[in-house]
Write a protein that binds this ligand. Structure first.
Ligand SMILES: [Zn+2]
Length: 160
């Protein structure tokens, strides 16, 4: 567990921005999984540090610093969110059904769904998503078209 302290982000970070708007860190080394390490500060992982700085607190116990972009070397704060391990697995399953753009690039995600509990899902198939979560497909379409704020079960949908 790392303890959050403000301003722990190293000053000497260099990165390149790729076509997916990922900030690929080039100034620090990666571990075997592709995550950026910061050895100087006791084996922290850069993306966790970045997310904690964004949140202004430590990442909760049993929660992950999840990459929405699936790129472990990415340190773009907008691509990082705190989620449960279950969410992370679910997210991965959802993405496997996505349309991959090739070159190991990120999957194409057509829409974002937010459950009444605030859990975020990505999908590109409204029909399949509606069936899986027992939702009304026309409601989803109306939300995506802006005719409805949320579906009859309180889910919200938008394009991303
Ligand atoms: Zn990214």
């Amino acid at each position: 567990m790392s303890k959050y302290k403000k301003g722990r982000i190293p000053k000497n970070i260099e990165y390149i921005i790729d076509s997916n708007n990922c900030f690929i860190c080039t100034s620090h080394t990666k571990n075997k999984q592709g995550y950026i390490k910061i050895n100087r500060q006791g084996h922290y992982l850069m993306h966790r540090l970045i997310l904690e700085e964004k949140l202004g607190r430590s990442i909760k116990e049993d929660y992950c610093a999840c990459h929405l972009c699936d790129n472990p070397s990415c340190i773009n704060p907008n691509h990082l969110e705190e989620h449960t391990k279950e969410w992370n697995n679910k997210d991965r399953t959802n993405k496997k059904r996505g349309i991959y753009l090739g070159n190991g690039g990120p999957p194409k995600r057509n829409f974002k769904a937010i459950s009444p509990e605030g859990i975020i899902y990505y999908s590109n198939n409204q029909h399949e998503f509606a069936r899986e979560h027992n939702l009304n497909r026309n409601n989803i379409l109306s939300c995506l078209n802006g005719r409805l704020k949320s579906c009859n079960k309180g889910w919200r949908f938008n394009y991303e």
